[in-house]
Design a protein. Structure first.
Ligand code: PFF
Length: 447
């Protein structure tokens, strides 16, 4: 086996991890989840979940990755607990599974980027979406998106992932800020902010059963948890970094980008009197697409928006492919480029049904979001909290200088709060499953 790669710099790791976290989930999913779940009410619950469950959970993945310096499956063997590789297997499988439809949506984004230049979707945004979301062209664009992802991952950790993240992540932030400033000039932007930022306690209390599962699912998804991505990325770290500090930066950065996306989306919707979150994601493409058709300079705004979305989707997709690639590179004699192409081709095939039939995409997403992903995080929390606590705390301490109290509090969050949050979510989620309409709304950010 060739010598294992490492990040060139700490900043490179942080940018790559932020690139993984910031994706369709933030720019697309988050404002629409918020729209479907009462706006500011969702925001409050989501922020609490991100810091109380998401932050401790990302540290669990960092601990496993950096201590083992192995891919997310072999990591557990390396730590002396081979049976728990099941947690890594679930995560790696989920990465593979999610990438298959994430890439189909990446293909839609490519399509809409082109459509913004030509104005193709401006006249009849709904008809356009229905025409292009599935079918042979959707398959072709899914293939193009996968080729871009494979191209980056084939170059390796430092030359592919790190280098591309150093360009993509700052571009996302700058362009999104520009869009936010532009959106603030729209008439009725104030009503958008109000909806987004003024929580109504009654709405939270009355709807907690539907808000909480959505918020937990969104927090895991957006922080790239439960799919081995953060294990894989942290496995290329040196030992002298502070995991809590880097984790904190990544969580805060990712949250700010999600918030910023809301500052772009809600003023646009309120400007045109569109009900936020009506429908789901397909509707998201339709609603925003329709909005770009109606506002002044819509072409330019559309191009910038979908370009940002493309960068965000790419920098996330590469981390999903890296999970499976790192496992295959470390367990076969094939070179990284060969493995990236081979794994990428399999992911492409798995995604073909989602590119042909929207029901497949919906069910792929539903299963991943509601089942695989919480299961993987739960397994990891049980492992770290109850099987491997002293090794985990030892690793967390390396290079961090955090106090013993921090470690103890973290451990109890891992032992109790994360599993309780997931179990509660599963129970509430199942309750919702009983109401079929509710299932689709709560679990599918894409719809
Ligand atoms: N965090 C990404 C998003 O918000 O779109 C999605 C994602 C990427 C999830 C990578 C998981 C992952 F491993």
């Amino acid at each position: 086996m060739a010598e294992r790669e490492t990040w060139e710099s700490r900043l490179g790791f942080i940018l790559a991890a932020v690139g993984s976290a910031v994706g369709l989930g933030n720019i697309w999913g988050f404002p629409f989840q918020a729209g479907q779940n009462g706006g500011a009410a969702f925001l409050v619950v989501y922020l609490a979940v991100v810091f109380l469950i998401g932050f401790p959970a990302i540290l669990m993945e960092f601990v496993v990755g950096r201590r083992s310096r192995r891919n997310p499956i072999d990591a557990f063997r390396e730590l002396g607990h081979g049976a728990w590789a099941v947690a890594g297997i679930v995560g790696t499988f989920t990465a593979f599974w999610i990438l298959s439809f994430y890439s189909v949506i990446g293909g839609w984004v490519l399509r809409y980027l082109g459509g913004s230049v030509t104005g193709a979707y401006f006249g009849d945004a709904t008809g356009y979406f229905n025409a292009v979301a599935t079918g042979p062209e959707a398959v072709a664009l899914h293939a193009v998106f996968m080729l871009l992802v494979i191209g980056i991952v084939a170059f390796g950790v430092e030359d592919g992932i790190e280098r591309s993240a150093k360009v993509m992540v700052p571009s996302i932030v700058v362009l999104l800020l520009g869009l936010g400033v532009w959106a603030s000039t729209l008439a009725n932007a104030g009503a958008g902010y109000e909806y987004y930022l003024s929580p109504d306690v009654d709405v939270i209390v009355n709807n907690i059963a539907s808000i909480l599962p959505s918020a937990v699912g969104q927090a895991f998804f957006t922080l790239s948890l439960g799919m081995g991505a953060m294990i894989a990325y942290s496995s290329y770290l040196g030992r002298d970094d502070s995991l809590p500090r880097d984790g904190g930066i990544i969580v805060i950065f990712n949250t700010l980008v999600g918030l910023l996306a809301g500052f772009v989306v809600f003023p646009i919707l309120f400007n045109l009197g569109i009900e936020p979150g009506s429908g789901g994601s397909g509707t998201a493409f339709k609603t925003l697409g329709g909005a770009f058709g109606q506002i002044p300079s819509g072409e330019l705004v559309g191009v910038v928006f979908f370009f940002v979305l493309l960068l965000a989707a790419l920098s996330s997709a590469i981390s999903l492919l890296e999970v499976v690639t790192s496992f295959a590179v470390e367990n076969t004699s094939y070179s990284r480029p060969t493995v990236a192409v081979g794994v990428g081709a399999l992911v492409f095939l798995l995604g073909v049904p989602s590119a042909l039939y929207s029901d497949y995409l919906m069910w792929f997403n539903l299963l991943a979001y509601d089942l695989f992903l919480p299961a993987a995080v739960l397994l990891l929390a049980l492992f770290i909290g109850w099987v491997y606590p002293s090794g985990a705390v030892d690793e967390l301490t390396q290079g961090s200088g955090v106090s013993a109290t921090f470690n103890t509090v973290w451990l109890w969050f891992v032992r109790i709060v994360i599993p309780a949050g997931i179990l509660l979510t599963l129970v509430l989620g199942v309750q919702e499953l009983l109401v079929v309409g509710g299932v689709l709304e709560s679990a599918v950010f894409l719809g």
